[in-house]
Design a protein around this ligand. Structure first.
Ligand SMILES: Cc1cc2nc3c(=O)[nH]c(=O)nc-3n(C[C@H](O)[C@H](O)[C@H](O)COP(=O)(O)OP(=O)(O)OC[C@H]3O[C@@H](n4cnc5c(N)ncnc54)[C@H](O)[C@@H]3O)c2cc1C
Length: 392
């Protein structure tokens, strides 16, 4: 009997998380997994190598109801938080770039329009965005310091019925693809959200090239030179940093699930590779140190899965807090990045080849651990919760 036949548990789901899911949650996971296997995996490495976004997959994710999936109405699927997490997990098993596209569209653009937008803004943008006919981006970070968004220089001044927007944003996912950018800018009343449309004079997006990470995703700098934005394009429902921060909480939640998918893809690859790789007369999977390293990957994946599942149940119950999201984002990104790096090493020289997934996931995860709050930022959020002292 082959060694793999003696396994009793799914190595990528040792605590049988699957048995905790409802029928609908299983169905969502299976349909996204199928789409990733059939449509994403065959093309993603080429897109990564070519530094191109797989635009052809926008239709696929839209048709499956993955854009704005948590929103009820407006042609959105109205799924629960666990479903959104599973969507992120399966997409990121394919590539963090595609998951980033869906996270930004859903959590950072459709969420604030739904939560804080006017009736007209919701009608105009949400159905089109759910169908993938309109693409959005989220502009918060500025070049002088993404971890400190309170120090925002981009500003808007009232001019009759309009606003005049000036400034710039950096590292903006989907920037060059976007029909509408949700841009956060300082006003006399505090931070406000503006829906800036791509045709507005004075608005420009410039793609950031030569990235070694998230190469199958578009990342841009945005520039606003006296852009006249009608007051109808201001999100009326929120003032202050709590607007963008509430969006980040949604996206960070999804990321905590997403990176589990990347880690699972890496463990899957090393399980297969080390079983076949014969060194010193036996498969390296039969040595103690290789087993120890793979056991450690499985332990960390299991821990990450349990954190995200519990977080999702709390999100659906309405009790999830930003600190709890920080713990999961921090833990799971760190686990996934360490797993990807170790998986790369377990493949030896082959680990640097595009033929195998770990190096692509490893490079992607260097962005994922940085964006949506760096590891340090999340540690300081938890430190503040523990001590009551803001140490930023
Ligand atoms: C591929 C990619 C896509 C992105 N997409 C978007 C997007 O769509 N929209 C958007 O708005 N932003 C986006 N970002 C920006 C991202 O959120 C920022 O890069 C991130 O918040 C960090 O900001 P920064 O790069 O300016 O680093 P900095 O804030 O300059 O941080 C530099 C270092 O200082 C550390 N640090 C920060 N504060 C402290 C402190 N108090 N004590 C000790 N150390 C500290 C950080 O942890 C980090 O290690 C994206 C970034 C990348 C790489």
């Amino acid at each position: 009997m082959a060694a793999a036949d003696k396994r009793q548990l799914n190595p990528l789901d040792l605590y049988d998380i699957r048995s905790e899911l409802t029928e609908e949650e299983c169905m969502v996971q299976d349909s996204v997994a199928r789409m990733v296997d059939e449509k994403v995996l065959p093309v993603i490495q080429q897109h990564f190598e070519n530094h191109t976004f797989p635009q052809e997959l926008v239709r696929e994710v839209a048709d499956l109801g993955l854009l704005g999936s948590s929103i009820e109405g407006y042609d959105c699927a109205g799924l629960n938080a666990i479903c959104y997490g599973l969507i992120c997990q399966e997409l990121e098993r394919g590539d963090s770039g595609l998951r980033s596209f869906v996270s930004v569209q859903s959590s950072l653009v459709m969420f604030p329009i739904h939560a804080y937008g006017s009736a007209e803004q919701k009608e105009r943008w949400l159905p089109a965005m759910a169908r993938g006919e309109a693409i959005g981006c989220f502009g918060l970070t500025e070049a002088h310091g993404g971890s400190d968004p309170g120090n925002m220089k981009t500003h808007a001044k009232r001019a009759g019925d309009d606003w005049i927007l000036n400034g710039s944003k950096m590292w903006i996912t989907n920037g060059n693809l976007a029909d509408a950018a949700v841009v956060w800018a300082m006003t006399d009343d505090g931070v406000r959200g503006f829906i800036v449309e791509k045709h507005m004079p004075g608005f420009a997006a410039q793609e950031i090239e030569n990235k070694f990470s998230l190469r199958a995703s578009v990342t841009s700098a945005l520039f606003f030179d006296n852009v006249r934005v009608p007051n109808d394009n201001v999100l009326p429902g929120v003032v202050g940093l709590k607007g963008p921060l509430s969006c980040l909480t949604q996206a960070r939640y999804g990321i905590s699930w997403g990176v589990v998918g990347a880690a699972q893809a890496c463990l899957n690859e090393v399980l297969s590779y080390t079983g076949d790789r014969i060194l010193f007369g036996r498969p390296i999977a039969h040595t103690q140190t290789v087993q120890l390293r793979m056991a450690d990957m499985a332990r960390r994946i299991t821990t990450a899965q349990l954190l995200s599942l519990r977080l999702g149940r709390m999100k659906d119950a309405g009790t999830m807090t930003p600190t709890q999201v920080s713990i999961a984002k921090w833990n799971n990104c760190r686990a996934a990045l360490d797993i990807a790096r170790d998986a790369r090493d377990l493949l030896g020289g082959a680990g640097i080849s595009a033929e195998y997934v770990p190096v692509r996931h490893m490079l992607n995860l260097e962005s994922v651990i940085t964006y949506e709050g760096t590891e340090t930022v999340h540690q300081l959020v938890v430190g503040k919760e523990l001590t009551g002292v803001n140490a930023f």
